[in-house]
Design a protein around this ligand. Structure first.
Ligand code: 13P
Length: 248
């Protein structure tokens, strides 16, 4: 039985005070839950939000992590720095990083490895664009994104990692994958991992991301291979995000 995981990704939104208020509302409203809840906040607010959430069950995550351990990499934030700040999870390879900031499969694999070296759980984001889906290349794209990391980090590394399937066409568009579309790809991903290790595949949390809202979360989370969600826009509203957390 896999534990559910709900992650909010605030992306580049909100002020320090707004972030603190949102975190406070989440901590107060969460109540008793069985699933793990994480909020991925802007680097500059990690310490503030960590403090607000200190006595709650909600962990803080980063939205990215450097692909190098330390050194002359101006503007980057290392995994060691994140660990030092109390970060438990880090997104790697979010589609916005891949498309706007040039993250490649190779650099994503390096980020994944750097995070794990510091005991931070990498959340490997993968998913196809609309064009790729229409060309019937969804599984091929997922294979390429996944295999680059498996080859670099080894399959055993997935015992301490999370995968987020985020079809690019569903991110911020209001177009959610149907329960069946999402389940189909999640099942495929799990089978791909099972091809290397059944035991790791059985335990691996695979999250769905892309226009998850309070009104579609239940159906998605009820699918056998969907273990939770990576929520963007809807995680900026405490009430809506709490409803999603309670949809598991
Ligand atoms: P939305 O929930 O806003 O579609 O964003 C999804 C996402 O990119 C989460 O990382």
């Amino acid at each position: 039985m896999r534990q559910s995981l709900i992650m909010g990704n605030w992306k580049m939104n909100g002020s320090r005070e707004e972030g603190r208020q949102l975190a406070k509302a989440l901590a107060e409203g969460l109540g008793d839950v069985v699933q793990q809840v994480v909020v991925c906040v802007p680097f500059i607010y990690l310490a503030d939000i960590r403090d607000v959430l200190a006595s709650s069950l909600i962990a803080v995550g980063a939205q990215n992590v450097a692909d190098q351990a330390a050194g002359a990499y101006t503007g980057e934030i290392s995994a060691a720095m994140l660990a030092d700040t109390g970060v438990k999870y880090a997104l790697v390879g979010h589609s916005e990083r891949r498309s706007y900031y040039g993250d490649t499969n190779q650099s994503v694999a390096n980020r994944f490895i750097q995070a794990q070296k510091q005991n931070i759980v990498p959340v490997l984001c993968i998913g196809e664009t609309l064009e790729e889906r229409e060309q019937g290349r969804t599984f091929q794209v997922v294979d390429e994104q996944l295999d680059a990391v498996i080859d670099a980090a080894g399959i055993e590394a997935f015992a301490h990692a999370v995968i987020a399937y985020e079809p690019v066409w569903a991110i911020g568009t209001g177009k959610t994958a149907t329960d069946e579309q999402a389940q189909e790809v999640h099942h495929y991903i799990r089978q791909r991992i099972a091809g290397r290790s059944q035991a790791i595949a059985d335990k691996l949390q695979i999250l769905y991301g892309g226009s998850v809202k309070a009104d579609n979360a239940k159906g998605l989370f009820a699918q056998p291979d969907i273990d939770g969600g990576l929520v963007g826009g809807a995680s900026l509203d405490a009430k809506g995000f709490l409803q999603i957390c309670h949809s598991v």
